[in-house]
Write a protein that binds this ligand. Structure first.
Ligand code: HQG
Length: 179
């Protein structure tokens, strides 16, 4: 598959595993896993295509694991809008984390902090370059906000790290943001 086809399939897999499994006839378990065979059938793809997306994905969006019954299962590592319990354990964050957004959202974010929107958590990046890429997905000028994660952790906010290195927290009050 060429790069374009890989990106297209990655998007369909995200839709099926994070947002609209029922539309694909899939029923993820409470931790978000579906049998690999069922995803292949739902998307009408073969195993080599799926492996290419899982292995080649720039952000390691997907994880494949063998379940207790020996069958392989797949889930998205984060970013769901369907209810899932990713069984993340709280983990001490680095002193600073970053959030990329667009200048259009700045006034609102400065007033009310970062909200999780349609996702389960606010997504934060460990470095500015990643945050810049996230912000560049939006229309308008990308902006990088710095989160004082050390102070948040001290004040009792829980942080989680997804398998692909995205930092997650419930909300970021405006007083912890600069930039
Ligand atoms: C903004 C992609 C106004 C927030 C990326 C963001 C990431 C506010 C948008 C992952 C706000 C939500 C997550 C407030 C937050 N007022 N706007 N108070 N609080 N926002 O897509 O962080 O491709 O749900 O700044 O690479 O952009 O899906 O979150 O612009 O890792 O794997 O509301 O999604 O990864 O947008 O991106 P999103 P995000 P995947």
């Amino acid at each position: 598959m060429d790069h374009r086809a890989l990106v297209g399939l990655s998007k369909r897999m995200s839709l099926a595993l994070r947002h609209q499994p029922a539309q694909f006839g899939l029923a993820p378990d409470r931790a978000g896993w579906v049998p690999v065979e069922e995803l292949l059938a739902a998307l009408r793809i073969d195993r080599a295509d799926l492996d290419a997306v899982v292995a080649g994905n720039d952000k390691q969006r997907f994880a494949v694991r063998r379940g207790g019954d020996g069958d392989e299962r797949i889930r998205a590592n984060q970013g769901h809008s369907i209810p899932v319990d990713l069984e993340l354990t709280p983990c001490p964050p680095p002193a600073r984390l970053y959030h990329g957004t667009s200048s259009a959202a700045l006034d609102s974010i400065r007033a009310s902090g970062l909200h999780r929107g349609g996702r389960h958590h606010v997504h934060l990046s460990p470095d500015e370059a990643t945050a810049r890429r996230v912000g560049a997905r939006r229309a308008g000028e990308p902006v990088i906000l710095t989160v004082d994660a050390a102070a948040m952790a001290r004040d009792g906010h829980a942080f989680y790290r997804s398998e692909n290195g995205v930092w997650l927290t419930d909300a970021v009050p405006a007083r912890y943001l600069t930039g």
